[in-house]
Write a protein that binds this ligand. Sequence first.
Ligand code: 13P
Length: 282
Amino acid sequence: MRVSTSMLLEDAHNGGYAVPMYNTVNLEITRGLVAAAEKLNIPILLGIAYDAIEHMGMEALYRGADVIARAASVPVAIHLDHGRTYEEVAAAVKLGFDSVMIDFSFMEFGENVARTAEAVKMSHAMNVPIEAEIGHVPGGENTPTIEDASHMVYTDPKDAAEFALRTGVDFLAVSVGTVHGVYKAEPKLNIALVKEINAEVGRPLVLHGGSGTPADQVRAAVAAGISKVNIGTNVMRAFINGLRSVPESVMDVRTVLRAGRDEIYNVVAETADMFGTQKATY
Ligand code: 13P
């Protein structure tokens, strides 16, 4: 069933667990993610980011996700991940996305506040909750590039509180030690910082760059106040591995795609276990 992102994240925020957002770039991945969530009986968010939009088009991806989500036996919400412009976010809101993200985290504080606040005003006018980022998680979202931490900007708790207050964002993405993509060196999340931001901000916090982050650190981050974790790279990798596992002699494209789709289950099972998503009451 299609559900509200706010309901999912409020339940996670109150229940001390996190809801996973998995990136999708096509119908097969969407189907694989939802089938996995059904098998595990957990809620999930489907994340559509700019690379997916460039690949397939926002409306085609959204409509496919909508049909699959509506038919699902578990709660599913559709989220615009890393909206790049006001216009892109407005288009997603108009289409019916359950939530959107606007990402001006690469800009200086005042500019990030001003541009985010403008997008918040628009999305709230349409009753769509919105996420933005303060501090900066580096790397190409859900594209398996190798990333190091040199462009990381850790979130300052006081800035986070001011940002949340001045913009009115519903969910706040924070930078506490993760990067998007494949890690060059093992990350070291700053769990004390998550706790501090959580105490200052008091609304659901989002961790980007979930793929490849050691399980014990993810569990600690969730316990410290993360309510949504984004996973992109691991989903894409699993799909590709599945496709490549099919013998070259196979000529039925559905067999190849199904092999990719079926590989996704393990990613969802492993991450949902780390995030405690089985605790969901929504
Ligand atoms: P990963 O690709 O590192 O999992 O990050 C995904 C993400 O944060 C999308 O917003």
